[in-house]
Design a protein around this ligand. Sequence first.
Ligand SMILES: NC(=O)c1ccc[n+]([C@@H]2O[C@H](COP(=O)([O-])OP(=O)(O)OC[C@H]3O[C@@H](n4cnc5c(N)ncnc54)[C@H](O)[C@@H]3O)[C@@H](O)[C@H]2O)c1
Length: 380
Amino acid sequence: MKELRIGMVGYGFMGRAHSNAYKRLTDFFPVRHKPVLKAVCARDAAKAKAFADNWGYERVETDWRKLVSAGDIDAVDICTPNDLHQEIAIAAAKAGKMILCEKPLARTAAEAEPMVKAVEEAKVPNMVWYNYRRVPAISLAKQLIDEGRLGRTFHFRANFLQDWTIAPDVPQGGAALWRLDAKAAGSGVTGDLLAHNIDTAMWLNGPITRVTAKTETFVKERMHNLTGKVEPVGIDDACLFICEFANGSLGLFESTRYARGHKALKTFEVNGAGGSVRFDLEEMEYLDYFEYKGESHVRGWRRIHVTNGEHPYMNRYWVPGLVIGYEHSFLNALADFVTGLETGTPAQPDFRNALQTQKVCDAVLESARTGAWVATGVAL
Ligand SMILES: NC(=O)c1ccc[n+]([C@@H]2O[C@H](COP(=O)([O-])OP(=O)(O)OC[C@H]3O[C@@H](n4cnc5c(N)ncnc54)[C@H](O)[C@@H]3O)[C@@H](O)[C@H]2O)c1
């Protein structure tokens, strides 16, 4: 068993999700690399130490530059707010480290491009944590589409709805609310939530070529946690867009943090000539599948309980009928990354692939600004 020595920057929500994956990898997957939790980095040494002790990291750094250049680190995991991804990734690539970076790759495609160049020049393995691809039901949707069961696709529609920023007195910025600060996040729901849906959509249905979008910022000013002043809000609170795919199908996407009653309603549906699939994250162990065999008195949707050994990833877990959860999407992603190291076929999405999602996000925001249809420039 070879060691895969991990240095993680940031110990928040994703820091926990990834640490769990590192700890469990070799328990569930027959890989030849065992992650070793070497160091976690955050600016507050005491908080980082408490995290390190809880999760079993050997040491703490307070300067990410020290972490990325450390001789005992093989892979740098970037779990910081979006504005830090570029600097850390480029430094890590120059230091010859493998990089696992949280999504979105960066705040804009222009910011992401040098990151792609850096990892490709350094020839270091790299991956972006678009973990929803690794939800078994979504992987099964990909399998059904690749098997040709949907035939020619006509429609892709997706939602990602939340409701946590409706109150106007929620502040913006700082450690807890960087997502509401355009400088740290880059954008609002487009980069945070729709990026996931765009990644899944292009994985399942191919490149998005053109978009037209409408965004809205419902609360125009919020107190900024770093300055203590009421400042304009620069992020999109809601975003709706329609698009064309290279295969001739049409897409419809909606995301908001103002859908009262929804915490993480994430759904998609694909309609083809031969059938349809639909997914709902709140019932993530199911994939609904309609198989067209002509109209008859037994036509209907079937609900696949994605827990059998022949379903993606499921032979690594329990007996048929028993479910896995959100955290396993990160474990599955990590397993794919490590398998990629061992087989020489890199796991996707790598930085170059994730750049395509960034291009769509940019086009969506540009269209919302100009009101025009915008070409994405996504690689075909
Ligand atoms: N894949 C997913 O489903 C998913 C879900 C949530 C977040 N994310 C992404 O993960 C990243 C982090 O999001 P989060 O929800 O974990 O955020 P978070 O606020 O919970 O954690 C961010 C961490 O970064 C650390 N940090 C900030 N500045 C730093 C610096 N200069 N040096 C070292 N550490 C620093 C903070 O201390 C904190 O531990 C973002 O890019 C976000 O878009 C992805």
